[in-house]
Ligand binder design. Sequence first.
Ligand code: ADP
Ligand code: MG
Length: 222
Amino acid sequence: VEEIMIQSEKMSVAGQLAAGIAHEIRNPLTSLKGFLQLLQAGVRKEEYYNIMIEEIEKMETITSELLFISKPLTETKQLESIESMIHDVIVLLRPQAKMKSIHIEYNGSGKEKIYCDRSQIKQVLINLIKNAIEAMDQGGTIRIFTSSSDSHIDVSIIDEGPGIPQDIIHKLGEPFFTTKQSGTGLGLMITKQILERHQAFLEMKANEQIGSTFRIIFPVPA
Ligand code: ADP
Ligand code: MG
């Protein structure tokens, strides 16, 4: 009885998501309305336009990230080389890393293949490596490893950021949970959803000394 009560009091993911979207969209809308009213009343300042554009951009980012979730898996799941997907994503994110003096290093046998939707798994890698870059303000190295056993193929992404405080680790992946000024808090949720569709999962841990490790665990293709 106890368990059922706890379950029913906990908001469903859909409920959390709906509440989050409403909240995240309402705030910029309220601010847009306020600025429009000021303009209507004849109070004109150049900076109002900049703030209004920023608010609109915030809503654009949120809606385009949400659209990604509703995208169906393509019917063309294929056997893809993990190394080639990691390579593509490193090329894509290298300029952003370079600007923060961050080096991205990859080590693997290059032989691992998984059965997947290539663009979705690349999105997972983008989300995780972007988070690693955003966590590292002092420069440093992001290390990416792949390894495999009889049953699993793993990809680990290890950063040298401040790590994840124990008290928030259980919130990671909740829709709209972010500790960043301009974060959406959707990256890890989308990541987990995509991985679920691939019978894969995500493990996260704060490292002993420095940084965090995010490990993706894929099943070996049949
Ligand atoms: P966002 O990046 O928009 O904040 P995410 O879902 O990608 O949303 O991440 C949620 C939160 O998880 C981040 O705001 C941050 O607090 C934490 N986080 C994720 N990755 C890392 C990391 N590599 N190091 C430290 N904290 C992280
Ligand atoms: Mg993120």
